[in-house]
Write a protein that binds this ligand. Structure first.
Ligand SMILES: *Cc1c(COP(=O)(O)O)cnc(C)c1O
Length: 422
């Protein structure tokens, strides 16, 4: 028994936490492949790839070895005025798998800064061209991060409500669900007639923080097409959906209309080091390319294109594009579908959905009766050696691609059991 829990409470302030009502934080002392180990030696399957990052498993030796080697040679250098091979190689490798049209890449530190820069690119694009377009369009209930621009375009919630008087201007559109597509399109047309939109930011197909809600691909494509025709810059926030989770490299690959700007982070660096990346088309870049200095994108983070993070991302891409990982992704998707077919008619399973390695559903139980339902579901799975992060009554999994058949079955079994317990 360690005293980490007590020492944690003394000086640490955890993210997304109301410390007065929150429970103690569980110390994790080791992470290897799909297993997290706590300070008492208990093991848990990492069923959500540590917030969608460690999709190749934790501490993958292929990645850690490359980063360790890079560490001996070049750790950090200013990326303004200097460049280096890890960043160059990463850009060359990424271009091969990014959706058609992506051409330039701007480095940053995390998912929030990746979308923040996407928003700034869209706003300054129009500013540089002399267009009076200062309003952003976003989906209701979207989540794009916790910095001010990212917060502004996220749906209002406990996360960002305290700051709403300081937001950039944004209008919100309901997500298309297949049934409401024509209503959403009329709302969109009305909004476009009333506001000068600079850009539309969207999580393609799946809204992660909104409890893994899926929306309709045809509806989204129609929205994107109308925005594109109206010169509204399309910003795909693929921070969660990127790098294979939906069964394709990017969720945008499921859509006809390709984005002007694409935001990446999370699995970009395989959970090893923090980094974000915002890519864009030549058209966006060209609007900043000028003899006028002020038309440049004057945004920069100290650790921009950190060589270690670039090396981790490059190694991760090598794994992602390998036959082995591609096969694993297809296999998990197949097993998820089989499991979904097995439980979809269960009376407690509502709104069951799968795409790629993601499987989600709502537990159809009276949520008010269980004020702390979320905690109870969390504990239920932890007691069975599975780390999930239920959101309200939503249970979802996003397992590492390297999960074994046995571990995946263990998760399914616990989910089935949960249906008779709650
Ligand atoms: C997690 C997430 C972000 C924010 O990323 P951070 O690295 O946590 O700042 C932005 N957009 C989406 C879709 C995300 O899932």
């Amino acid at each position: 028994m360690s005293d980490l829990k007590e020492r944690d409470k003394k000086h640490l302030w955890h993210p997304l936490t109301q410390h007065k009502t929150a429970r103690e934080m569980l110390p994790i002392v080791k992470a290897k492949a799909c297993i997290l180990t706590d300070d008492n030696g208990n093991e848990y399957i990492d069923g959500i790839s540590s917030w969608y990052t460690a999709v190749y498993g934790h501490c993958h030796p292929f990645i850690t070895n490359k980063v360790a080697k890079q560490m001996q040679n070049l750790d950090q250098v200013v990326f303004s005025g200097f460049t280096h091979e890890p960043a160059i190689e990463l850009s060359e490798a990424l271009i091969k798998i990014l959706p058609a049209g992506q051409q330039k890449m701007f480095f940053n530190d995390n998912g929030s800064t990746a979308t923040e820069i996407g928003i700034k690119m869209a706003l300054q694009y129009h500013h540089n061209l002399g267009n009076d377009r200062k309003v952003m369009l976003a989906f209701e209930n979207g989540f794009h991060g916790d910095t001010f621009g990212a917060m502004s375009v996220s749906g209002l919630s406990v996360y960002n409500g305290a700051f709403k008087d300081h937001f950039i201007r944004v209008k919100r559109l309901p997500v298309p669900n297949g049934e409401n597509n024509s209503e959403v399109i009329s709302t969109l047309k009305m909004l476009i007639a009333e506001h000068n939109f600079a850009g539309f930011i969207y999580e393609p197909l799946i809204q992660g923080a909104a409890a893994m809600q899926f929306h309709n691909a045809e509806g989204l494509d129609e929205i994107l097409k109308i925005c594109w025709e109206n010169e509204i810059i399309l910003i795909a926030d693929e921070v969660m959906t990127g790098f294979g989770k939906t069964g394709k490299f990017f969720a945008s690959d499921h859509l006809q209309q390709k984005p002007d700007i694409l935001c990446m982070s999370k699995a970009l660096t395989a959970g090893l080091l923090p980094m974000g990346l915002t890519s864009c088309t030549q058209k966006i870049y060209d609007a900043f390319y000028s003899d006028e200095i002020a038309k440049g994108l004057f945004h920069g983070h100290t650790y921009t294109a950190n060589p270690l993070a670039c090396t981790a991302a490059l190694a991760a891409l090598e794994l992602l594009t390998s036959e082995e990982i591609q096969h694993k992704i297809t296999e998990i998707a197949r097993q998820n579908n089989a499991f979904a077919n097995k439980i979809k008619y269960h009376p407690k399973v509502k709104n069951l959905r799968t795409l790629g390695v993601i499987l989600a559903f709502e537990l159809d139980v009276e949520t008010d009766r269980y004020g702390s339902l979320r905690d109870k579901i969390f504990d239920f799975f932890m007691q069975r050696g599975i780390a999930l992060r239920p959101l309200g009554n939503t249970i979802y999994i996003l397992p590492p691609y390297v999960i074994s058949e046995k571990q995946l079955q263990q998760i399914y079994l616990a989910i089935e059991e949960s249906l008779s317990v709650f």
